[in-house]
Each structure stands twice: as structure tokens, then as C-alpha cells.
Design a protein around this ligand. Sequence first.
Ligand code: URA
Length: 220
Amino acid sequence: MRNLHNALLLKQLYQLKQLGYRYTDLSISNYSKSNLQLPSNMTELKSEAMECHLCQLSKSRNLVVFGEGDESADILFIGEAPNSAENDSGKPFIGRSGELLTNMIEKVLLIKRADVYISNIVKCHTPDSRTPKPTEAHTCLPFLLKQIESIDPKIIVTLGATAYHYLTGDDSDISKVRGTVQKLDNYSIVPTLHPSYLLRNPSAKRDVFSDMKLIKSLML
Ligand code: URA
């Protein structure tokens, strides 16, 4: 993925910042690719994520929620961050919003949840389920970009503004981009609303239903 190298570089700069560096004479060209690599193999990538202590979320997490599903799925769903139940189980989207997501997948897209892949922008639970901070999201993003590279899905569905924003770097309001197809490298990104938002605003289910129909049309 084109922006993986930049994401890895940004991760290293955030790490230096967390270590107290304010300025660096580091030039981008000084970073050899080998310094910036993560394993391409999903099992090794997962092991590396499981042992990650690169941001403060690692201090309060119980389990790293790496992601689950078919590792060669055509559709990848990306949420924001695991909630507290998921922090204890190690699985993404198992709570009420997970139930809604499963229904969207199985009852509208008519595919089994096990046949898609589900992951998050950050792999660790955030205290009080707050939105991940930019440092946390940028530090974790290379894991997700490597997952994308490895799964190589046809369609990436971003759930909510945080997932869309950090994956694409686009700050547009989610209400303006949802229901469209955005191209990122060779991937088709379909931004839609987050299931937790739907639980609070059931009338928005209509919009997500239409986004699911769009996804279905892309699957043909
Ligand atoms: N559970 C997840 O795994 N991600 C979310 O964004 C919300 C709940």
C-alpha cells in the first residue's frame, strides 16, 4: 500500500516524540526500508501486535484485539477501537454494536460474518471508550495497513468518521462521504456510519441500509 511507508515513518516520529524528542535531525531518506518493515505474514504481524507497547494504550489494555475473520476476504470492515468487553475477549465487535454489524453483514449483505475480516484503527481499548488520540491512531495504523496489504480485499468498509479519517487522511464530514466509493490505491473504500451511532440514532439505519446495497452492487 502506497502510504504504508509514510505511516511507518510517522509511527517512528510519534515514538520519538513520546520518548521526549522535540526535534530530530532525522532525514526521511536516512530511514532505510528495513528499519520500517513489519512482517507481511499475518501470524507474525499478529504476534508483533500482541507484544506492542508503543503507545500508552498498552498500559491499560487486557488483550490486543488484532482482528478476526477470513484472511483472504473480499470485504474488510474497519471500526474505531475495541470496547471493554472486547478488551477482555480479544475479539472485535462482540457487544451491541457488534450484533448490529453482524446483522448488517448477514441479513443485508447475505454473507457470513466469518467470511469477512473485521479490524479496528487501534487494536487496544481506549480508557472510557474515548476516541483514539492522533498519536495512538498513527502509532497503530501500520498494523492495519499491513493487514490490508496481506488480505488484499476488494472493498474496505470504514465504520464511522474515525476509521475513515485515519485510513484515508481525508477530514471530510462523514455525512458528506458516506454512501460514496472512494479510491485508495487499488482499493474501493465505502465509508458508512458506525454501528454505535446507529444504536443512538436508529433513523440513520436507512442510510446504512443503502450503503450496504452499494457494497452488494460492488461485490457482483
Ligand atoms: N468494537 C470494535 O471492535 N470497534 C468499534 O469501533 C466499536 C466496538
